[in-house]
Design a protein around this ligand. Structure first.
Ligand SMILES: C[S@@+](CC[C@H](N)C(=O)[O-])C[C@H]1O[C@@H](n2cnc3c(N)ncnc32)[C@H](O)[C@@H]1O
Length: 236
């Protein structure tokens, strides 16, 4: 997506032009509290999604996949989200999370993010906000996102911020063994080719949901070999 498109093509996600960050370099203040540096990219994502103010989070139910050790969760706790359901194989036991003044709003599910689903409605019945930083290979990650957008995992989310990670060994792309990369040889596809393949898959998936969602795929200043898919339900 070009910079010009960021300003106009996606109404629910449009940014003011010229962009508020010269050369797209978003400055995020360093903090000592968060359990991981992942808070830097999440704060940048929130600026892009225009959800960086506490007022955007009051009364919100958030589902966060791939949450350990808790950089994104810490930001959500600080912003005052009403309820946060985190999902990760690992525990959420970092002191900055466990001793946070809003820790009672956190409900951790220590399990496979691919099998997690919700039955509860968001407090205001407008649907939850879905965020994912789970390190899952693109085909599986996008299949999981499809399940959520198609309301197979619970009520369809009203907003989505979904990290698409490109840096996986080629032999883990299709097999479902995201947790246990095997030691087979890489296929001849380069990392760049696999990243482009993942972008094309994401575009195809989101085209199939474009009646209901506006969306945008962006690689941000704090991103390494990944991008973020932002989506907003059109009735939002
Ligand atoms: C990049 S880390 C997340 C960092 C986190 N966002 C933060 O701010 O600290 C990716 C996480 O995804 C989790 N993960 C990957 N695949 C998963 C799966 N299928 N189910 C549950 N957790 C998974 C890993 O355990 C890991 O904690």
């Amino acid at each position: 997506m070009s910079v010009a498109q960021l300003g106009s093509a996606v109404p629910g996600l449009a940014l003011p032009m010229p962009l508020p960050w010269p050369f797209g370099r978003v400055h995020v203040a360093k903090e000592t509290g968060p359990p991981s540096d992942a808070y830097l990219k999440f704060k940048e994502i929130l600026l892009h999604a225009r959800l960086d103010e506490p007022s955007a989070w009051h009364g919100q139910h958030v589902i966060e996949l791939g949450s350990h050790p808790g950089g994104w969760t810490w930001v959500l706790l600080e912003l005052g989200a009403e309820r946060i359901d985190t999902v990760d194989w690992a525990a959420m036991d970092h002191p900055s999370i466990a001793a946070h003044p809003n820790a009672s709003r956190l409900h951790h599910h220590q399990m496979d993010a691919k099998t997690f689903s919700v039955t509860i409605e968001a407090p205001d019945n407008r649907g939850h906000v879905l965020v994912s930083d789970a390190a899952i290979p693109p085909p599986l990650s996008l299949a999981l996102l499809d399940d959520w957008l198609s309301a197979r995992k619970g009520p369809a989310p009203r907003r989505v911020m979904w990290a698409l990670k490109f840096a996986f060994r080629a032999d883990t792309q299709q097999s479902g063994d995201d947790e246990q990369p095997s030691h087979r040889e890489r296929t001849p596809l380069s990392e760049k080719e696999r990243s482009l393949q993942a972008v094309a898959m994401a575009e195809t998936l989101m085209a199939s949901h474009s009646e209901r969602y506006e969306w945008s795929l962006r690689q941000l200043y704090h991103h390494g070999n990944e991008a973020v898919l932002l989506a907003v339900r059109k009735d939002e």
